[in-house]
Write a protein that binds this ligand. Sequence first.
Ligand SMILES: *Cc1c(COP(=O)(O)O)cnc(C)c1O
Length: 484
Amino acid sequence: MLQYLSTTGGTEPVDFETAILDGFAGDGGLYVPERLPTFSLEQLDQWRSLGYIDLAFEILSLFIDSSVIKAAELKQLLTEAYAPFEKESVIPLHPLRSRKNTYIMELFYGPTLSFKDIGLAFLVNLVDFFLQRKKERLSIVVATTGDTGPATAYFAAGKSSLDAWVLYPQEFITEEQERQMTTLPHSNVYPVAVSNCPDGGDDLDLVIAKLYANKTFKKKLKLSSVNSINWGRVMMQTVHYVYGYLQVADQMGDPIDMVVPSGAFGNLCAGGLARNMGLPVGTFVVANNQNACLHRIFSQGLFKKEAIFETPSSAIDILIPYNFWRFLYFQVGMDGSKIKRWISEFKRTGNLQFDQETFESYKKGFLSYSATNEQTLSTIREIYQTENYLLDPHGAVAVIAAETLAESLNGKKVICLNTAHPAKFPDVIAAALASSILPEAANHRSIVEAQKRCQKKYACDHSHLEEALLTAMESNWDLNKVNE
Ligand SMILES: *Cc1c(COP(=O)(O)O)cnc(C)c1O
């Protein structure tokens, strides 16, 4: 049975259920499977006719032993998770007319209109499944740059096994995203608007890490996280790469390039692992905006935190891409002591230059790009005007990266991941199209409905967030206990 270890090497192996319910590994590292399962081209060929859910079942079965979750239960979990998606195909692929052999993978048909729905639909249901079986309750805490929060809130809402605390940097997200979290009527969802976060969502990640480190508190409140530190999300996200490949490749084995708007690297970590497992991806393009931490990592071997820029693609305004460590772990022979040393050097100096051998070992098969704000807006405008297709700002970052690097890409086709629905970013769309009257494609009925509801939230200044959260979470936990 596949066991799970920590990227920083400091824990005993645990089973899948423990890895999912813990979130972070006990030594503060991230959980990884002790080995990556693989699949062959013949296997891929057999999967060609499968829909997304059946494909997900096949891939997840490589990671999850049937003694932990029975096959029928896994099928049911997947079916329920993706039932609220708007399209039967879950993640359709849309060919661009103005760019040859270029496809947009539409990852935004979930109920909260971003790709976060893909991982969280399954993960939150899975956590609930384990908790119900154990007859236990958990508090989940997530930080969001605007999309994880709504998806977590949506899927946790009304689940009696869970309290969901979703922290967001007030000044860094759109009103549409905020309302997705604050207008749910359920009593187990606690949105927390945090003001004065100088580094946006990254500041909140740090507070969550501190809550975790507080062992008594963690134990009392049964704290867990469904941020992309949770292995369940990365695992689930391997599926859309395989699915996309199967939709566009003519022959199994044809190299296909994939371009991914990236922030914390959870999505691309999954892509990289899918390739390690056997998926014939030619080049992965790491698409950044002006917050170019990943671009520096992949072009210079430099892991360095810089000041944050405000950009139109706010969901990828991330300064510290923590899932890069998870991917790196696999590229350096699963040597946790190396990862541990690098992380501590980065924490100490804020600046880590990888040695040449390490740099070569992880950048193979990757290119990267950092798109400017102006390029993002003009790409949205140009594609809309030429072919009446409206990208979201993150999809636009991917398309511009693909276009700029086209000469270096040599796969047969290219898939750009579009990670959100434009309706979440109306101000950006208005600026891009230079018009305050938005096209129909920039609207979504769920966004319009949320505008008519009352909002409910906690509000807190970043300077005392940790303390305030400890108190608020503790009192609600005790209160819910009394009510039980
Ligand atoms: C979270 C997010 C991303 C980035 O994904 P990572 O896994 O953090 O790299 C890209 N686009 C959108 C819309 C997102 O919400």
